[in-house]
Design a protein around this ligand. Sequence first.
Ligand code: AMP
Length: 401
Amino acid sequence: MSSTRVLVLNSGSSSVKYQLLDMRDSSRLAVGLVERIGEETSRLKHTPLASGGESRERTGPIADHEAALKAVAEELANDGLGLDSPELAAIGHRVVHGGKLFTAPTVIDSAVLAEIERLIPVAPLHNPANLTGIRTAQALRPDLPQVAVFDTAFHTTMPESAARYAIDVKTADEHRIRRYGFHGTSHAYVSRATAKLLGKAPEDVNVIVLHLGNGASASAVRGGKCVDTSMGLTPLEGLVMGTRSGDMDPAVIFHLMRVGKMSTDEIDTLLNKKSGLIGLCGDNDMREIRRRIDEGDEEAQLAFDIYIHRLKKYIGAYYAVLGRVDAVAFTAGVGENAGPVREAAVAGLEELGLAVDGALNAVRGEEPRLISPAHARVAVAVVPTDEELEIATQTYALVGQ
Ligand code: AMP
């Protein structure tokens, strides 16, 4: 029997998202999520797509990642899709930080694990959870290839001029401070899907990708390779996000320490969890913000305007970085669903060849689609991202037969 299935695991600090795919046709056999791991109110939601079955839910305490993965394995086994199946070719793990070293998906061995661990100081929230997911999966299926697909890998093609911060070189090198960028799996997938939508090869197009989810990042992709991206050493830099500030004067931090008497951890929490849209108006969900704007809420309007202003600045900046732009692609929760964000982001950029057709922008759908007027100089597109499929594809390309 040939092994054509790939299990994709995305392990967060208190959650595990998973998908089982059959790579013969990239179909999803099962998808699910375990959340609130370590709490009394843990929840596992499992949907067996292959059998067309109903979603199943388990609630009650799931102590740790090991218990979570065991519960997932049981659910899969109930559908005849158990992890012991010879049809399972590999497990692909999303790993947030791969530093400078990992430029491509990598089969995990002890040296790879050690390097992911060494990167914990630059990804303290994410890499430990990713490591736990890998180790637990290895314990369940020690014989199976496990592949790390890094969020940073797509951005390792950035030139030094884009990747380096203008700070003392010795200090930067000692502490490995540089722009790494994140959401790379999404930027890679969407930039390629955009080229396909235009009927061209990735090598022949320049794309600005706007990944606008709860976390948000922009990238400039020239001929299929990333040349700049908005997130930096950590996912805090760049665009206004759901709960993160994005760009600001770094001196705000000294000011908060010296004058506001805030601790490092308090400032970290402020900028990562209590800023961005939620800090500006108390909501981080764009649907809610739009609803409030429709009711005349000025606070929500200002939060929206700040969000759009930053987005527009990045479009302009990456236009300049690329010189020639073939397409601007919107993706992720906000990018795929919020027509008003797309319209406002390119409003007034007609001189750059950018515009949105109102009727096309109002169309909803799952497929990649153009929303720019016919004959526009630059295509504006909505391109749904699919990070799990991309992780599965990269994993299978490495280990499948
Ligand atoms: P993601 O991180 O890609 O899952 O995106 C999540 C975010 O997408 C949510 O916080 C919302 O702000 C946004 N979102 C999801 N659906 C919609 C929608 N229909 N309209 C506007 N924003 C949406």
